[in-house]
Design a binder for this molecule. Sequence first.
Ligand code: ADP
Length: 729
Amino acid sequence: MEQPAPRLVRVLVPLPLAGPYTYAAPDELGLAAGDYVTVPLGPRHVRGVVWPGEVDGAIDLKKIKPVLERLDAPRLSVEVMNFVDWVSAYTLFPQGAVLRMVMRSGAQLDPPRPQTGYLAAAAIPAGVRMTPQREKVLEAVRGLNFPATPAEIARRAGVSDGVVRALADAGALEKIESDPDAPFDPPNLGRRGKTLSPEQADAAATIRRHIERREYACTLIDGVTGSGKTEVYLEAAAAALKQDPGAQVLVMLPEIALTLPFLKRLEERFAAAPAPWHSDLGQAGRRRTWRRVADGSARLVVGARSALFLPFSNLKLIIVDEEHDPAYKQQDGVLYQARDMAILRAAHGGFPIVLASATPSLETAVNAQGGRYETVQLPSRFGGATMPDIRLIDMRETPPAKQEWLSPVLIGAVNETLARGEQAMLFLNRRGYAPLTICRKCGERMTAPDSDTWLVEHRFSNRLVCHHTGYSIPRPDTCPHCGAHDSLAPCGPGVERIAEEAARLWPDREIAIFSSDTVINPAAGQELLGRMREGMIDILVATQVAAKGHHFPNLTLVGVVDADLGLVGGDLRAGERTWQLLSQVIGRAGREEKPGRALLQSYQPDHPVIAGLASGDRDAFMEAERDGREMLGFPPFGRLAALILSGENEGHVNSAARMLAAQVPHGQGIEVWGPAPAPLYRLRGSYRIRFLIKAARDVSIQNFLRAWLTDVKIHSSVRRTVDIDPYSF
Ligand code: ADP
């Protein structure tokens, strides 16, 4: 007698494969779409998800293998599975590659193992000898809201495991056996937030109306730095959480702004710590958040861009803070813009989304003007704090001496600030000591091997570092090219060099550098921020890590060492980015009752960005940017994609480019530019060639690319990467 045909299901695995595969579903597993399962794939067993949709009818039943097991985890919701499909269709990355962002390593699907970890002990036992290394450990564990392993604590503190173990043995750390999936405390919704100003209350009411309607709507909170945007969106979060006892709310921040003070602020507001999601969360913390988001018990989630791919069971509101921030663009793996994908998620999920910024992106501003988003405005700082007074320093008039970068006017302003007992920040968005090292004998520029990138000198570590690939070498004494001794000279300043100049000028003052090189872990960051807030630092020399979110009550002067820095290069977004970054930096000054001021050193004070910053006329600047983009048909007035071909064999890459160029399909409203060398032509031994594709707004750039790329077969050693809405153009 013939066997009854098995029930078939589609299973998507988190690998960059074409799509879901078909498997037989043993009845006893009772499988439904969204279940996590293990399936055989070639010789391996892999974890995947039972995917919605019809199985392919033309399947050869003899080749079908059965699903092996169902894993113990809450079912992935239909909304999240649909989201994976949309993101894949939009970015042109395979569905499996997108699912990988949801499933991560898959370790959270393992059975729970009781977690042994450490937290700070209530008190340090008498007689425990403290050392600077041990202090670092204590600082690191104080920032923990979940027991961590000695290895994790050591990494956070930047010390060896041994230091942590010794402290634990001495009783200064408390050993805790915990449930790895311990629930998060529910937010206390009876608790009231700060009393809102009339402007804030209006803004909050607008968003609340959208929440009550339970529909998609995008609201932009457009408010200057310090205007109280955060308080407004926390009210919105409270409203969404209150409306529906199972609702989940996601607050997204650029990674850099996800600091402990911010998490504490949320914890205070809701008398419960939010579920965090960021790169510094250890394996255990990540598992806990993932599981609790999946079962719906984590109601308030705060995370960086990848939090958008957490397996929410009942997401009802997304807030994207600092929506203009370039960090929302994922630059490797699946290339996506998290703000844009968040809007997509909300639109398809039928719930509201809130964007907040002091300097909205042009895309957002145009959408707001066109009525697609509603705008609420907070034009002044909360509590009557004034906006900083902004002045330009024309460096052509008073150029500093050679090998110096601070003008007399800026030096004078720092002197006045310090004399009043206030703090100053010198801002330069460049890590290290000098961006370029050159041989005075032969003219050789030090570059990374196999790359077209300059090596940046770092004095603290005494190394030359490539900021693109992380490659580094000890700083050589002789030129590797001509062999000359002591001929290598640093060109131009980075923050370390500005700090050196500041130390010469103010030898008795406390000067600190705030960059990703000095703040190598959260503990170091907390320590530095703490010293700054307590006034133990007089002058902070900082890169963009200091631009966001930080609140230093006694910081009243911001000196921008090189306001023109971001304007060089051919990127059309350069003006907008410079505007946003410098506005943020300027916004650090005078956030409380003491008025702040900002001085911008520039060699091109008439440049529209610099002049606009000085006059504070944001609308005029945005109008000009908008006109330029509209004239060229660039986003948001048109669509843009980049196609990068890369490979180690230059000949293969070039011939692939020629083949693609010869077979560009005809497309109404589409222009293809290139092939041309990509901005970094050689990177990590690969040669890179780029096409730019521009389409009218109502044309599907994805359909065009799909047709083009399926038709043309190129050499298998050449990688094709599509980047929809590229970061720079
Ligand atoms: P933004 O997010 O716009 O930069 P914040 O929400 O951080 O602004 O507010 C700036 C400062 O003003 C913070 O210290 C915040 O606590 C305070 N603040 C804002 N709104 C209120 C309010 N309604 N009552 C009391 N303090 C407020």
